[in-house]
Design a protein around this ligand. Structure first.
Ligand code: 5GP
Length: 114
């Protein structure tokens, strides 16, 4: 049994995902349990467990990921708006210990989140 987390296994192509976008720094694929008509996960290829583990020097990577999110939202036609979520740690309900941004759209959303 691999001790890699599920997202590292997707990066390494050990388990399948429908890759919507990929470059040398990150990739994006649909969430297996979508919470909105569009629910895409954007993850870095670098092994970073969570926002709390970002290091000096990761600024360019995170900025790049947000440019990817913006381009994906346009490509996926989220003209009505969208939400970007990053759960960090147990209180936020982070289930996979590999940094990821959820891109959610295609429906109106409530605030505050649960
Ligand atoms: P978190 O709760 O850590 O912020 O989000 C983890 C997300 O990963 C969840 O929304 C969950 O549905 C998604 N997920 C878990 N396992 C897989 C998988 O094997 N494939 C895909 N595409 N998404 C997954």
């Amino acid at each position: 049994m691999s001790d890699k987390n599920i997202f590292q296994r997707i990066i390494d192509r050990e388990i399948p995902a429908k890759i919507l976008y990929e470059d040398d720094q990150c990739l994006a694929f649909p969430d297996i349990n979508p919470q909105a008509p569009t629910h895409v996960l954007i993850i870095p290829k670098k092994a970073i467990a969570a926002i709390s583990d970002l290091a000096p020097g990761d600024e360019m990577l995170v900025g790049h990921m947000f440019q990817v999110i913006r381009a994906l939202a346009n490509k996926l036609g989220l003209t009505g708006g969208y939400r970007v979520v990053a759960n960090c740690g147990p209180d936020a309900g982070q289930a996979v210990p590999h940094l990821h941004f959820h891109l959610l759209g295609g429906r109106a959303m409530n605030w505050p989140p649960g």
